[in-house]
Design a protein around this ligand. Structure first.
Ligand code: ZN
Length: 137
């Protein structure tokens, strides 16, 4: 895969340096049979250093996951080798089945079929809490 010329796919840009790998894992990209490149510590005029993820396939990505890991990221959709759409990301109000509650006494650890739901309770400090037991993410 030529990482500079994606024909149809997605480029997640302006990821805070060091967050690229976590985003890759939370998006579940490791389990997909598509070409993905993570480029770490790219020099950026705006940010100093940044990470970039390039996905060489037109697959749906969960913008809530990106917003949770890094709301300063931008998502570029590439179609026929050209930038087709650019989206800024926002911190989502709720996260469903993105992260799991760490509280061993939480109902989600015994009731396996329950969704793992977290709500944004403090936007300024980026605090998410489990809706069942209020444990911080
Ligand atoms: Zn919980």
């Amino acid at each position: 895969m030529n990482i500079d010329s994606i024909r149809n796919g997605i480029v997640i840009d302006h990821i805070t340096a060091g967050s690229g790998m976590r985003l890759y894992e939370l998006l579940g990209l490791d389990s997909l049979d598509v070409s993905v490149a993570i480029i770490k510590n790219v020099t950026s005029k705006k940010m100093g250093k940044k990470d970039i993820i390039k996905i060489d396939a037109d697959i749906p990505v969960d913008l809530n996951v990106i917003g949770y890991v890094d709301p300063s990221a931008t998502v570029n959709y590439i179609k026929d080798g050209k930038l087709y759409e650019k989206r800024n990301i926002e911190m989502p109000e709720t996260l469903v089945n993105v992260i799991k509650c760490k509280n061993p006494r939480c109902i989600t650890s015994c009731e396996q079929e329950l969704d793992h739901v977290f709500c944004l309770t403090d936007r300024e400090h980026k605090v998410y809490r489990c809706v069942y037991c209020e444990t911080k993410a």
